[in-house]
Design a protein around this ligand. Structure first.
Ligand code: FE2
Length: 427
């Protein structure tokens, strides 16, 4: 007897009328037509032709800062640097309990939105490592329903901030998963390059992944991504390193980028763009025209790189909006990168599902036999409709267990001579 049987589901690759059989938290069979629909099961679900997708994955977030908007004050200029200064004001006021409670509240939002894996950076520049301890506790507590991966992030610069390297190593000793960095925030370009080198060497020595905030500026000459790709190759970290933001690539000379993309491809450097944040924080020194300030996503995809869209911030010193909705993130990425073809829109959906899953190294991810029975039923019939509608989440499952559900959304009309309901899904 199966635990769960879903029938008449549409999958992201376009297959329709699919049946999915689940036993002991694992997908045992995915078949077209009736197939497993005839098998007995404790629970059945008619997907009614709607899209069943693997869970959303966020490859770049700051869970130690989330839901702190307005504490101790609001970011008046809206700039990255005022955000960093504001975070510096907030840090001494933080308590472990408040950090844990805000992070858990965000994880509730994430589950409701079908977001079941998050890579979060955690600031290690506070010698107390308060945020590290808080997020390690949150990681343990949410483990039954969210895969939380932590990055040791020296927000104030691993070379620039006294004691930061020692704090970062202590965070890794405590169980933080990934080595982070912020080379563009070091005092000089040379220090930035030096920080990339030493952090990559540290990761290589410990057998860890790397994910650095890199070149998050509009400076066309900020080229730490070049050093990052080079060190990745030199140290044999191929495919294990991620460059987050890379916004300076937007402003770089085109000839240099053509050379750089080849180097990045050789290193199999992963990329995370954060469209909601990049479109609001970058270009702040421009008059008109104002640069978009997002990295070159279509060109990176064409070069064969794995590219994800991250949320980065929700209601914190840098960003006052957001709700854990990765479809909103992808929707913004699609617009900023002008990825409007059918194929490109599907790539945008991949950038919040399969691509970040690959970057995080999530095992058993996908809707195939042998994968975890973790998926989200959306009120949409394909990935493009899901993006258009920022589709409502009908059901969220993790390893065969229902984590969240809600009824279909529809609005009743009161118009003479027209239908009763409107669903925004044309026939
Ligand atoms: Fe970030």
């Amino acid at each position: 007897m199966l635990d769960l049987l879903i029938h008449n589901a549409t999958l992201p690759d376009g297959r329709t009328g699919m049946g999915i059989a689940v036993l002991d938290g694992v997908i045992t069979e995915v078949t077209a037509g009736l197939g497993p629909a005839q098998a007995p099961a404790h629970d059945t679900l008619d997907a009614e032709g709607q899209l069943l997708t693997p869970p959303f994955v966020d490859a770049h977030f700051h869970m130690d800062a989330t839901l702190s908007y307005g504490l101790p004050r609001v970011n008046a200029s809206g700039t990255l640097l005022e955000g960093i200064a504001l975070w510096g004001e907030l840090k001494p006021l933080l308590t472990q309990q408040a950090l844990v409670e805000r992070a858990l509240a965000y994880c509730d939002w994430a589950v409701a939105k079908g977001l079941l894996a998050i890579r979060t950076h955690v600031d290690v520049c506070d010698a107390r490592l308060l945020a590290v301890d808080a997020l390690l506790e949150v990681k343990r507590r949410v483990a039954p329903y969210i895969d939380l991966q932590l990055v040791a992030f020296p927000q104030d610069g691993v070379l620039r901030a006294p004691g930061a390297l020692d704090n970062l190593k202590r965070a890794l000793d405590k169980g933080v998963d990934v080595v982070g960095g912020i080379p563009h925030f070091e005092r000089t370009m040379a220090h930035g390059a030096e920080s990339v080198k030493l952090l990559c060497e540290l990761a290589a020595a410990r057998g860890l992944l790397v994910d650095m905030h890199c070149d998050e500026s509009d400076d066309p000459l900020s080229r730490h991504v070049e050093t990052l790709a080079f060190e990745t190759q030199r140290l044999g970290l191929i495919g294990r390193v991620t460059g987050s933001h890379l916004t300076s690539m937007h402003s770089m000379d085109n000839y240099f980028v053509s050379k750089l993309l080849a180097l990045m491809a050789e290193a199999q450097l992963n990329v995370v763009a954060n469209p909601l944040i990049n479109i609001t924080l970058q270009g702040r020194h421009d008059s008109y025209p104002k640069r978009r300030g997002m990295t070159r996503v279509p060109e990176q995809l064409a070069a064969g790189l794995t590219v994800a869209f991250g949320h980065d911030c929700v209601m914190d010193p840098w960003y006052s909006l957001g709700s854990g909705d990765m479809l909103e993130v992808a929707h913004m990425g699609l617009h900023v990168a002008q990825m409007t073809s059918q194929a490109a829109m599907r790539q945008c959906f991949d950038a919040v599902t399969v691509n970040p899953a690959r970057i995080l190294g999530l095992p058993h991810y996908g809707i195939e036999a042998g994968c975890d029975a973790s998926f989200v039923l959306l009120q949409a019939r394909d990935p493009i409709e899901a993006l258009r509608l920022r589709a409502h989440r009908l059901k969220v499952y993790r390893k065969g267990r229902l984590l969240a559900d809600s009824p279909k959304v529809s609005t009743r009309l009161h118009l003479a001579g027209r239908g009763e309901n409107v669903s925004f899904q044309p026939d």
